[in-house]
Design a protein around this ligand. Structure first.
Ligand SMILES: [Zn+2]
Length: 273
């Protein structure tokens, strides 16, 4: 998309014009962009060293928005996909934090048989039929949240290790709906990132909008793992990405909402094209 509307100053900018703003102004205004036609949350990405031009995008555009371009789905973490939960009659979704590309979790095929590390066995547990449970990675959950309109309102139950079970519709919170009432809650926060910036101490901050919007905080020690996993070269690649983070919302002393990414496995990203 060639133009974006800035809610701070009311101007509609072209990408090249926006890229020429003073850095401090650009850093602030890029978190306050909207699609000028449908008002969807928009992002700005600087020109890259590899020659990609400065551009705007919005994720998502409203249905039928004339400025929407088709999205090319990439599998950024090389995992392939597991099945769409909505195509499965099972009601329970077991969250699988094992994001390693090659590693498959060991599961018992049946009581008494040796574990088979090369195959994802069926779940062996109490209660429900084994096939009533589906194991889903964060990347698949994020894909469903983004692409399947009704998934976020589903009454399917989530099983998260060490947590009480909770309905999908109660657990996932879109970034534009995050507010002070979520402070202290462990939830799945998802939506579009406007930009990412390193703090002086090496912490990477993933921002979802302006001062009043939630940011995610990635410890310096986890940055390399995340860059490797998604093929990120610099923080501009993160502008416009969809994110899903499992974590507890916090509020800083000066009122900023944030959530620590305590483990790279508790986050999934889908980079913009
Ligand atoms: Zn739009």
């Amino acid at each position: 998309m060639d133009v974006a509307h800035c809610t701070e100053d009311g101007h509609t900018y072209e990408a090249v014009q926006f890229s020429q703003l003073p850095p401090v102004v650009l850093a602030r205004k890029r978190r306050l962009l909207r699609c000028p036609e449908c008002n969807g949350p928009a992002f700005f990405r600087k020109a890259s060293r590899s020659g990609r031009a400065a551009c705007f995008g919005a994720r998502p555009h409203a249905d039928g928005c004339g400025l929407a371009a088709p999205e090319h789905d990439v599998q950024p973490d090389g995992q392939g996909t597991d099945q769409d939960p909505l195509n499965n009659p099972g009601r329970r979704i077991v969250v699988d934090f094992n994001y390693g590309a090659q590693e498959q979790p060991e599961r018992e095929e049946a009581p008494g048989l040796p574990r088979n590390p090369n195959r994802r066995g069926r779940f062996v547990g109490e209660g429900d039929r084994p096939d009533a449970r589906m194991h889903r990675r964060l990347s698949t959950l994020l894909r469903n949240l983004v692409e399947v309109p009704n998934f976020s309102q589903s009454d399917q139950l989530l099983e998260i290790e060490g947590r009480d079970e909770i309905a999908v519709r109660d657990f996932f919170v879109s970034l534009d709906a995050v507010s002070g009432e979520h402070v202290g809650m462990y939830r799945g926060f998802w939506g579009m990132l406007s930009d990412a910036r390193f703090a002086a101490d090496g912490t990477l901050w993933l921002n979802s909008g302006g001062r009043d919007d939630v940011s995610f905080c990635v410890d310096e020690d986890h940055v390399d793992a995340i860059y490797d996993r998604y093929g990120i070269e610099d923080e501009e690649d993160i502008a416009g990405a969809y994110v899903l983070v499992f974590g507890t919302l916090r509020v800083s002393q000066n009122g900023k909402l944030y959530c620590l990414v305590t483990n790279p496995g508790y986050m999934s990203l889908r980079l913009a094209d």
